[in-house]
Design a protein around this ligand. Structure first.
Ligand code: ATP
Ligand code: MG
Length: 402
């Protein structure tokens, strides 16, 4: 199929807005005679006048050819080898155009795995044409290319139209594509929330039909995507899409039922997400443990109270509640053990913030878990209009330390 091509005067993408590292990679590939495109989210964001998070390059050079061209290059990936070209403060992910995996091979992976040089099991690279590479991507707006050779935009999937219409549209048949990789459903919610787009009707209906397949997604991939949902700076809108599509339910059943029971619980979640978004806007780094502590905080406190009522000492109850809940999620979203421990630290340290007598506060102030515990305490106290005096006490102590 012939793609739609927008020549340089017909679009707004300027080299000025592309990182110098990405420009270097593109020109190097081009000068060696290869095709070199920016692909995916970078092109989408440039066309929307948004600031791209990063730039991915797609090319017809093979990973080995790329490695020979760049001294600062590492090949990664077991199934499909990608080149990471390292610059100071930036990595340009450079991938060879990729073909879709033929269906019969997808069904019988044992036929195409072989033992690689390092003795690991790896799948042969399945290189493809630019068109195939575009069409294997998830949504039309994520399938655009920027060609460094003539500064044109190349569109094989109708992404330009959908950018204009502000639409998230699946490439190909939604049921097939969501079954193939269920993570795409939460990606749809993320892009709709972040960009302020609508999910196109067929895709939307398909998500409603297929949402339970999310439980089948690879748990490590889910963890990555779940973090992106809440760290994207538009967590509130993304969450609203997760609710609208009911994707929240297969992601975390108990939590989602618990929210549905009481509007106040729902309000808490929305408030913490607004806080996350404010922090992101201010360019503050929030790490995953604080995110999970805040997001699930009310729920964890609820579980804790149940344990305390049943006779568990409060400190143990905090740890037990967090571990039970987050470990339960782990079958679906592989939350790293370390993060679970940090979340339970935040929750159990809430008890230490209640104590203001003697030398304990000073000691706790210098403890490495203090800041996260305090931030949680501050957000939750403000949300509930409680602990005013305690907040003042700790804020003052922090000021004095500075
Ligand atoms: P962001 O700006 O949040 O990074 P992005 O569009 O760059 O958004 P990535 O997760 O970085 O998203 O993926 C880069 C590109 O790879 C996407 O734009 C899309 O073309 C393709 N892609 C990523 N994940 C999938 C998937 N699950 N199925 C198909 N294509 C995908
Ligand atoms: Mg990206």
């Amino acid at each position: 199929m012939e793609p739609v091509v927008l020549k340089r005067p017909e679009h707004n993408v300027s080299r000025k807005n592309i990182s110098s590292a990405a420009i270097k990679v593109l020109y190097r590939l081009k000068d060696e005679g290869y095709t070199a495109y920016i692909a995916g989210g970078g092109v989408r964001d440039l066309l929307l006048n948004r600031h791209p998070k990063d730039f991915d390059v797609a090319t017809d050079a093979t990973p080995e050819q790329i490695r020979k061209m760049f001294r600062n290059c590492r090949l990664i990936g077991r199934r499909f080898r990608l080149a990471h070209i390292l610059f100071r403060g930036e990595v340009i992910e450079t991938a060879t155009f990729r073909a879709p995996v033929p269906e019969d091979e997808e069904a019988h992976p044992e036929n195409i795995f072989r033992t690689g040089e390092e003795g690991m099991v790896m799948r042969d690279n399945v290189f493809g044409t630019p068109e195939q590479d575009a069409l294997r991507r998830d949504f039309t707006i994520n399938a655009l290319f920027y060609n460094i050779a003539d500064f044109s935009i190349i569109d094989y999937a109708g992404g330009l139209e959908d950018l204009k219409k502000k639409t998230i549209r699946v490439i190909g048949d939604p049921d097939t594509r969501f079954t193939e990789d269920p993570v795409r459903m939460i990606r749809a919610a993320r892009f709709a929330g972040t960009l302020g787009f609508e999910i196109e009707k067929e895709a939307y209906d398909s998500i409603c039909r297929n949402k339970d397949k999310l439980e089948l997604a690879a748990s490590s991939r889910m963890y990555e995507e779940v973090q992106k949902l809440f760290f994207c700076g538009h967590a509130k809108q993304v969450f609203q899409w997760l609710e609208k599509t009911d994707l929240l339910h297969p992601m975390n059943q108990d939590f989602s039922h618990w929210i549905d029971e009481d509007k106040a619980r729902h309000d808490w979640v929305i408030q913490t997400l607004e806080q996350m978004d404010r922090w992101r806007k201010a360019n503050l780094r929030v790490h995953p443990a604080l995110l999970f502590a805040l997001l699930f905080g009310e729920y964890h406190e609820f579980l804790m109270q149940q344990l305390v009522d049943a006779g568990t000492p409060p400190h143990d109850a905090a740890r037990e509640a967090v571990h039970k809940h987050l470990q339960g999620i782990c079958t679906n979203v592989r939350v790293p053990k370390q993060v679970i421990y940090q979340v339970s630290d935040i929750m159990s340290n809430q008890l230490r913030l209640q104590q203001t007598k003697g030398r304990r506060p000073q000691r706790f102030l210098h403890h490495k878990g203090f800041l996260d515990a305090f931030l949680y305490f501050k957000v939750s106290s403000k949300a509930h209009g409680r602990n005013e005096e305690l907040l003042e006490f700790w804020s003052k102590l922090r000021e004095e330390k500075k």
